[in-house]
Design a protein around this ligand. Structure first.
Ligand code: DX5
Ligand code: ZN
Length: 227
């Protein structure tokens, strides 16, 4: 998987929700690989977004994998509902899951890929003990809660540290980066180890989507263009 083209995951947080179906169809046509959905509870992060109902509606609009990023406290309460709604990938925050290993097992038992999301100030060390239970690690390159924030530069060092740790343990866990990703920094984050790029405002605020997504791919060596 790591030798394949970069994986682009538009985050619908910056989409026009009054035309959500059309927006998803448009990014799918423009070459999206995954649709990223941000779930916020107004407690773990200072914003409230969507629940399983919206995920289930999005499931009707696209055949692309749905990647549900849970920015909620006590995520175990909702993992099954989001998988039943159609999530193919579910990430929980290491800072919000008291029994992280159990949450990851629950995601896999539900048939989805298990992800751990990590805030900018959170250490990576504990993850090495549960690598076998993780399909992807989401490195937050902004503080979670809102789209359109500036990329935190130290995230590059974190990506390199994580990449090094994964190769040390011969792990094929994938690395996802989320927050402030644009054509300007996509090359750097991939060079530092990211495989899946989540981008919200850089895509949805800059139509036509195919052009901006091609600019992201072009800035990544081997990223390929969608024609
Ligand atoms: C932020 C979310 C992101 C957000 C990224 O908490 O997790 O997925 O949509 O938005 P941009 O790409 O605008 O930083
Ligand atoms: Zn996200």
């Amino acid at each position: 998987m790591k030798d394949q083209k970069v994986i682009l995951a538009p985050s619908i947080l910056s989409a026009d929700f009054s035309r959500l179906g059309e927006e998803i169809e448009a990014v799918e046509k423009a070459g999206a690989d995954i649709i990223h959905l941000d779930v916020m509870d107004g407690k773990f992060v200072p914003n409230i977004t969507i629940g399983p109902g919206v995920v289930s509606s999005v499931r009707q609009c696209t055949g692309l994998p749905l990647d549900v990023h849970l920015m909620i406290e006590d995520p175990d309460r909702y993992i099954n509902s989001f998988i039943e709604a159609g999530a193919d990938m579910v990430s929980v925050h290491i800072e919000a899951a008291v029994h992280l290993h159990r949450s990851l097992c629950r995601i896999r038992e539900g048939g989805a890929k298990s992800g751990v999301a990590v805030n900018p100030a959170t250490d990576l060390n504990g993850l090495r003990y549960i690598l076998d239970d993780i399909d992807f690690i989401l490195i937050m390159s902004v503080n979670p809660g809102f789209g359109g924030q500036a990329f935190i530069p130290s995230s590059l060092e974190k990506l390199r540290d994580l990449s090094e740790m994964l190769s040390r343990f011969r792990s094929d866990v994938m690395i996802q980066i989320d927050g402030g990703i644009s054509p300007e920094n996509a090359g750097e984050v991939v060079a530092a180890g990211a495989h899946i790029l989540v981008a919200g405002s850089a895509i949805f605020n800059n139509p036509p989507y195919k052009d901006v997504m091609n600019r992201i791919r072009k800035s990544v060596p081997g990223g390929y263009q969608v024609c």
